[in-house]
Design a binder for this molecule. Structure first.
Ligand code: NFS
Ligand code: SF4
Length: 654
């Protein structure tokens, strides 16, 4: 283990390895080097028993000091830190959802500028789902009410009224569970305020109360991101299958290369649009044209809707700049390593920050003004064209590695594939395949990269193992980024890695959709960015409705094999709360409290049906995920047999 942590070649991505090798003695540092320098990391922090919530701290729990100075015990400190993590994630996703909501409000009020409703079908579907009437009303009128409901979900203060986006999108049994446990949130902002207060020094010391508040907070994360996805689809279109390619080989030596990095499509859609219009300006500057490419979840957003190729995922963001071929890296919010600026200064690359609360010293700052969005997009592209003129050809070295990608599987797109087989009950195609044993179940792969495990290795090993065992796989976020880069998002991968059952299932979808698709279906279905994890959960909900069962009986699991961010904590927590077993490939900072560990790994299952599994070893993790699916299908079979034998309803327990 100690040896492993000293190896800077901590990745299996061949393009990243190539850049790491070329920059070995260059003195240009990346996260891979800083991770090695950081060893050994603090064991108190790893166990979660370090508190710096008040200025008397930091307090660490040691043999000599079994409590913090204020008397806080390890379980209070661990649970309080956990809630703070969930809060950070929830705030980020909700801030993202709020940004889109406010742009939609401008459209509804008649001053959307360059923004307009692209997908009025989705607007109607969302409206109907959340209880807004559509009959005989214009898009503008409907949008006004949809935005109104979204704004209430952010701001409602009254007790007894709960977030609409939660209440109306989960199955009733799950909402009842939330109400029973007193964790149904009234609104996002109210819950965030409560939670911040609850974690102040001298507030809540009860670990169980703190953990439940983490779950309530995480449910706000679900609401914020569901709003973000729904409104983004209305604004820019619901994704449909799209063909592209991924990894650093998408950089073009003779073109202006613009990397779009961050999370929010509000800005990146405009930059892509501006770049398409400005090809001539680039040619006048001596380039063959302009190429946009994505990093992290902004990359996923523009891949899904515009076919923009993913350049790389979270961990290798600095390495992309080290190719010497990125002219501008345009960033919006979240997961942007401050280290990109230092690397950029060794090249001609311009880092362009765009959002008032995300600035990096020495970077270019172009204030992204939604009222003149396209014009701001053009300004940004112009900076990239100017930078191209300064590019030093002797420093350019592009790894010639890229893979074909078939992406764009929104739930609607996925449902259409299924409907070609069974138009009356699309999701029955999946549940039947599970009943017959053709599929072992469904797994969502989500989340980040984390140097505590080898970059991309856990993502890829576990997915291949599950595919071999006939698990239908959907993916989001940087997990999807791994699969794009490593060639798992295309039909060749089906041939290479799918078990016979999964192969037959995908072939059936392919055959039924012949002529409609540009390309054969991939091994793994890319469902979008991290905020689009709600698309995957909606799939689980549809399966539950088809089966007429509560979520804990649905053979659906989730895995974040390389979780890193606070957002991963909040996402994992709501998945568990909403009934799904969740594997996490790094150990979160909780071991310092056996009580909190017990709640996460065991008690959660009794209460919610979902639970956490922590396992760093990818082969052991694969087995755990397969077992979790196996347990659900086995139990369901037994319950069905019992119901037939005794002529009763199928037991609702899990
Ligand atoms: Ni999700 Fe996407 Fe990636 Fe992790 Fe960061 S980009 S929002 S947090 S690192 S998957
Ligand atoms: Fe220490 Fe208590 Fe302050 Fe935390 S809140 S830093 S445990 S005194």
């Amino acid at each position: 283990m100690a040896e492993k942590k000293k190896d800077r070649n901590n990745t299996i991505d061949p393009a990243a390895l190539e850049v790491l090798a070329k920059t070995k003695d260059s003195g240009i540092e990346s996260a891979y080097d800083r991770y090695v320098n950081m060893q050994p990391q603090c064991q108190y922090g790893n166990a979660g028993v370090c508190c710096s919530i008040c200025l008397q701290g930091p307090c660490r729990i040691t043999k000599k000091a079994s409590k913090g100075i204020c008397g806080a015990t390890p379980y209070t400190i661990v649970a309080r830190n956990l809630l703070r993590h969930a809060l950070g994630g929830t705030a980020c996703h909700s801030d993202h959802g709020l940004h889109i909501t406010m742009v939609m409000k401008e459209i509804a009020d008649g001053h959307g500028g360059d923004y307009t409703v692209t997908d009025s079908g989705k607007l109607k579907r969302v409206a109907e789902k959340i209880g807004v009437s559509v009959d005989g009303r214009s898009d503008q009128e409907v949008l006004k009410d949809v935005v109104g409901v979204a704004m209430e979900d952010f701001s409602r203060l009254e007790k007894g009224k709960y977030c609409t986006w939660l209440e109306k999108t989960v199955i009733p049994a799950r909402m009842e569970k939330n109400l029973d446990c007193n964790i149904a949130p009234n609104s996002i902002h109210k819950t965030i305020t409560e939670s911040m207060a609850q974690t102040h020094m001298g507030m809540d010391a009860d670990p169980v109360n703190l953990v439940f508040q983490s779950l309530k907070t995480a449910l706000c994360d679900y609401v914020g991101m569901h709003i973000a996805t729904d409104l983004s689809d209305i604004l820019f279109g619901t994704p449909t299958p799209v063909v592209s390619e991924a990894n650093m080989g998408v950089l073009e030596e003779k073109m202006v290369n613009i990397a779009l990095h961050g999370h929010n499509p509000i800005l990146s859609e405009m930059v892509v649009k501006a770049a398409r219009e400005m090809q001539d300006e680039a040619k006048a500057a001596g380039a063959e044209g302009i190429k946009c490419m994505g990093i992290c979840c902004t990359g996923n957003e523009v891949l899904m809707r515009q076919g923009v190729p993913p350049l790389t995922n979270f961990l290798s963001q600095e390495l992309a700049i080290m190719t010497g071929a990125v002219d501008a890296m345009v960033v919006d919010v979240q997961c942007i390593m401050p280290g990109v600026q230092t690397v950029a200064e060794c090249f001609h690359t311009k880092i362009i920050t765009t959002i008032p609360n995300v600035k990096i010293p020495s970077s270019y700052y172009v204030d992204f003004d939604e009222t003149r969005a396209l014009e701001t997009g053009r300004e940004i592209v112009r900076i990239a064209i100017e930078a191209f003129k300064e590019r030093d050809a002797s420093k350019v070295s592009i790894p010639q590695i890229k893979n074909k990608v078939v992406a764009g599987f929104s739930l609607e797109a996925f449902e259409e594939l299924l409907a070609a087989v069974n138009p009356d009950a699309p999701y029955k195609v999946i549940t039947d395949a599970i009943d017959s044993g053709e599929l072992a179940g469904v797994c969502l792969f989500a989340g980040c990269n984390n140097l505590k495990v080898k970059h991309d290795e856990n993502h890829s090993t576990i997915a291949k193992e599950l595919a071999k065992n006939n698990v239908l796989i959907v993916a989001t976020g940087c997990a999807a980024g791994t699969y794009a880069k490593l060639g798992l998002l295309n039909s060749d991968a089906v041939e290479q890695y799918a078990g016979d059952g999964l192969k037959a299932f995908i072939k059936r979808l392919d055959d039924a959709n012949k002529g409609k698709l540009q390309e054969s279906l991939p091994l793994i279905f890319h469902m979008g960015s991290c905020v689009d994890n709600t698309r995957a959960y909606d799939l689980c909900t549809e399966m539950a409705k088809q089966m007429e069962m509560d979520i804990p009986k649905v053979p659906f699991v989730a895995s974040a094999p390389e979780a890193m961010s606070e957002k991963a904590v909040s996402i994992g927590s709501w998945f568990v709360t909403l009934g799904v077993p969740v594997h996490v490939g790094v150990i979160p900072p909780i071991p310092g409290s056996p009580l909190v560990v017990g709640i996460a790994l065991q008690i959660a299952q009794d209460v919610y049906g979902g639970y956490f599994m922590w396992e760093e070893d990818p082969m052991v993790a694969s087995k755990m995920l397969l077992d979790a699916l196996g347990e659900r299908t086995w139990k369901l079979r037994v319950h069905k047999m019992a119901a037939e034998k005794y002529e009763t309803a199928i037991s609702p327990t899990w």
